[in-house]
Design a protein around this ligand. Sequence first.
Ligand code: AMP
Ligand code: ZN
Length: 472
Amino acid sequence: MKIYNTLTRTKQDFVPINDGKVGIYVCGPTVYDYIHIGNARPMIVFDTLRRYLLYKGYDVNYVSNFTDVDDKIIKRANEEGVPSSEISERFIAEVKKDMKDLNVMEATTHPKATEEIPDMIEMIKVLIDKGHAYEVNGTVYFRTRSFKDYGKLSKKNIDDLEAGHRDEKHALKVSGEDEKEDFLDFVLWKPKKEGEPSWPSPWGEGRPGWHLECSVMSKKYIGDIIDIHAGGEDLIFPHHENEIAQSEAANDVEFARYWMHNGFLRIDGEKMSKSLGNFFTIREIGEKYPLQVIRFFILSAHYRSPLNFSDQLVESAKASLERILTAVNRLEEAAQNAKDAELTAEELKIKEGLSDFEKKFDDAMEDDLNTADAISAIFELVKYTNSNVSGDNSSDLVKASLDMVKKLCDILGIITEVKKEKLDDEIEALINERQQARKDKNFARADEIRDMLAAEGIVLEDTREGVKWKRV
Ligand code: AMP
Ligand code: ZN
């Protein structure tokens, strides 16, 4: 597979460090609110990378953190008058729900920053011992100029950066960071302020800097060298540049072999973001569309291209996805009617033709995860099966066609199983059975039926006119 590596600015053949194994680290969200569709882009894109590598037979160790200590979390906790852990726990649960609804697989490990403090302190100690970090009044800074490769990912020149910072002297004074040896130095450990969560350390009570978290968690759950490090392109500088500086200075080995960055999801040409207020949460969108439409919409563009969000574009993604799902449905019905007969010579040719589309799909995915072209290959396959395969064919051909469409959709995380809803008369029959069970004082059965219906989103209401039900 070829991967565009931000570090080299070229597409390179992907060669894992250990044969058959891939370690992937994806920077996760700061959990202070619901996530928006922009935040979902890296989740969906790199989940698809993971699914593709699994399909290729790799053993994938996928690590994605939750940043659960941060100014924004503390601010919200203070506004609500609750501990910051309550805010982070609440939104970790909400993010996990959104991920599930987007069919994003659970990470192999989802570390939380607050649970890894001892390892963070250890890495800071190593950096201080090696002369890459220093403490001033309870704050530990990374000595940026001590890392000679600083700027290699973002292609920034350290002297230009320094010049850009000159005017910030005043701002640094205000923030209390004028004690730094150099403008370029960044925080590894910051001292506690009143009302903030904190942990003991050799430099006093405090909390870690954001960049440090990822260096430590990737080392612990993957190793000193990771195969693929990923995130949105806004993380290239300073976050990923600083991660490289910390990890390579501490571990003396290359940090990550391949750096992958997704482009922005935009709205009216601007990056969708919390601070601009031009965002839609996954929760809001989920009320308008099945979330798999959003997954499909995001994968319909190449991950490095900017992607505009509009109702019109999502509607068009919805219609395209429906074409695929309708074809699956048609093949499923055809499979029930199909004959149990030997393949004719013509059917054999049609069956063999199926693999052309798998090859097209693979070629697209091999080329830097080109999901847009991979989806085109699925459309071509759907067109081919629509014209060549029906219930009049032998079941061998129909099943092979169905399996192929399903397999390719599955690699993209598109669910083709149609959840069969209970029909109205099945519900009525169950309600009648529940009424009878209650009359017979068989409350266990009555409760069981109520729970069974609730699990399908059907709520019962006892009224004077009898039991009413509704879907929620
Ligand atoms: P944050 O919680 O802001 O650190 O963002 C979590 C992830 O979402 C990071 O990988 C960001 O790069 C990514 N991200 C945030 N906004 C967008 C956007 N509009 N488009 C694509 N990715 C985004
Ligand atoms: Zn990170």
